[in-house]
Design a protein around this ligand. Structure first.
Ligand SMILES: Nc1ncnc2c1ncn2[C@@H]1O[C@H](COP(=O)(O)OP(=O)(O)OP(=O)(O)O)[C@@H](O)[C@H]1O
Length: 280
């Protein structure tokens, strides 16, 4: 199965169509198709090495697909550079934290915000005339809103590298939110977190949709989180989409269960838990 059909073209924000990606002899992605609709939370799941991060990298611009199309609001996304994709409204977080450890939390977030600013000679001149200064104050206010929203006021001046893992993940999310994206790509937002940190992160992700009206595409291994938060799910295995649809029906799919055989026990346990929940 190469993907699933587009039920509602008008609402489609991102469209991945027949994407393949090859690294030498390794085919990381084979004919992958799916769409992400405006306002939804779409999860991409699958066993280790299935191609999830590679797919996210194709969308954010880090990798260029060997074949296939990716469209953003109906336009060819692949012609745009990484920076342009951020300006178009696509933000992301990374599986392995990518913060500047020696810089303060605030400065890390401002780095994210910088992608959205028009920083050139003319705006430099305009600064002295007053217009750009007003713009800068508005920028500051926006960043403060994010700091409040993610409840990181108490560490705003701390070097990011000194924070707990859960807080660093939150600062990374803040930096991605700072570009004010329409679509935010989250690569394993809960990885390595304890239960309390996961609950906090889930609360923030829900609020991103509801309060900031963001569309979310998430890679996540925690099946409980996937079922609780996602509107739709696609499953990759060996670079191919093997199932897609509502979370509960996808996790009950025989191909999906088979794909996860041999994965860590936690994943299998989580799948079993979901099935018990479904039966109960
Ligand atoms: N830059 C690269 N160079 C060569 N091979 C790569 C590169 N990036 C990914 N791959 C290969 O592509 C395949 C898919 O990897 P990818 O990281 O996308 O999987 P994943 O589903 O995100 O895995 P995980 O859940 O473990 O993060 C793997 O075989 C991986 O080794």
């Amino acid at each position: 199965m190469g993907g699933f059909c587009l039920a509602d073209q008008e609402n489609t924000l991102l469209r991945v169509d027949g994407v393949s990606l090859q690294f030498g002899g390794v085919k990381a992605l084979s004919d992958v198709s799916f769409d992400v609709k405006k306002g939804e939370l779409f999860s991409l799941i699958g066993p280790n090495g299935a191609g999830k991060t590679s797919m996210l990298n194709c969308i954010s611009g880090r990798y260029r697909p060997t074949e296939g199309k990716i469209e953003w609001r109906g336009d060819n996304l692949l012609k745009h550079s990484i920076n342009d994709r951020a300006k178009l409204g696509i933000g992301r977080t990374f599986q392995n934290l990518a913060l500047f450890g020696h810089m303060s939390v605030l400065d890390n977030i401002l780095v994210g915000r910088h992608h959205r600013l028009k920083n050139n000679f003319l705006t430099g001149m305009a600064y002295w005339v007053g217009g750009a200064r007003r713009e800068e104050l508005a920028e500051r206010r926006f960043v403060e809103t994010i700091i409040d929203f993610l409840e990181i006021q108490h560490v705003r001046n701390e070097p990011a590298g000194t924070l707990s893992y859960g807080l660093r993940k939150r600062v990374e999310l803040a930096r991605a939110v700072a570009i004010d994206p329409e679509l935010i790509l989250l690569d394993e937002p809960m990885a390595g977190m304890n239960l309390e940190e996961k609950e906090d992160m889930a609360r923030f992700i829900i609020a991103l949709r509801e309060e900031f009206a963001m569309t979310i595409m998430m890679i996540e291994h925690d099946m409980g989180v996937v079922v609780d938060l996602s509107d739709r799910v696609a499953v990759l295995d060996f670079g191919r989409v093997i199932a897609a649809g509502q979370p509960e029906e996808v996790l009950a799919d025989e191909h999906v269960k088979k794909a996860y055989l041999g994965e860590e026990d936690e994943v299998l346990d989580a799948l079993a838990d979901e099935q018990e929940r479904e039966i109960a």
